[in-house]
Design a binder for this molecule. Structure first.
Ligand code: GTP
Ligand code: MG
Length: 219
């Protein structure tokens, strides 16, 4: 998704975390990811075909974490889902659309797949997207919160369109992954799934926005 091989390896970080986007077609997975990684939103975005991914560096405490986030099609016929999509993923953003009830009902199916194919320690963030469309709302915020509580996962409502809570949802997921992995740092499994990056660079706010701008024309 606009990243070249060079981008993937040019800067240095302490850890590389993989996370995945899942949820029905049209809920806004690709736009949430493009907003988080490049500050971009498209009203006319096309359904994703196959698998794409994007990177973003996030500082958690004294560590610089490179988040590698995979995005795939919600539409069954375009999905390139095999267990490889989930392999090594430490986090998942499970997205529904607050204006389309069916996307909320389908969460059961997505949770089943996550629990079947994902790591048992995976950090799951449930996201009710399109909070800007309050007048068309079909799922109450409370319903999302209750489901998340039942499932023992995190929850946030977002708007990729208005850039509301987008940063917060990803950063909370990444911070939780960091907590899980640092608690389990002696666990061999975690060493396998988090690739350490040598050295460290300092990213300040200006550098982050410069990075975002630089990516604005690539697709
Ligand atoms: P698939 O790739 O088919 O699985 O869909 P997706 O989940 O990636 O959805 P995508 O990001 O392509 O967005 C689908 C449509 O919803 C597009 O027209 C977006 O512009 C729109 N959209 C995404 N997020 C928001 C949002 O927060 N608010 C509003 N109003 N529209 C949104
Ligand atoms: Mg998509």
């Amino acid at each position: 998704m606009g990243m070249t091989m060079a981008d993937a390896f040019d800067d240095e970080c302490d850890y590389l975390f993989k996370a995945v986007m899942i949820g029905d077609s049209g809920v806004g997975k690709t736009n949430l990811l493009s907003m988080f990684s490049r500050g971009e939103f498209r009203l006319d975005s096309k359904p994703t075909i196959g698998v794409e991914f994007a990177y973003r560096n996030v500082r958690v405490g004294d560590k610089l974490i490179k988040a590698q986030i995979w995005d795939t099609a919600g539409q069954e016929r375009f999905r390139a889902i095999t267990s490889s999509y989930y392999r090594g993923a430490l986090g998942a953003l499970l997205v529904y659309d607050i204006t389309r009830r069916a996307t909320f009902e389908n969460l059961k199916k997505w949770l089943r797949e996550l629990r079947e194919l994902g790591d048992s320690q995976m950090v799951i963030m449930l996201v009710g997207n399109k909070s800007d469309l309050g007048h068309k709302r079909n799922v109450n915020e409370e319903e999302g919160r209750m489901l998340a509580e039942q499932e023992g996962i995190f929850f946030m409502e977002t708007s990729a369109f208005e850039n509301t809570n987008v940063e917060e949802a990803f950063v909370q997921m990444i911070t939780q992954i960091h907590q899980v992995t640092s608690q389990k740092s002696l666990d061999a499994k975690v060493t396998e799934t988090t690739a350490p990056c040598a050295g460290q660079i300092i990213l300040n706010v200006d550098e982050v926005s410069a990075t975002k701008k630089a990516g604005c024309c690539s697709q």
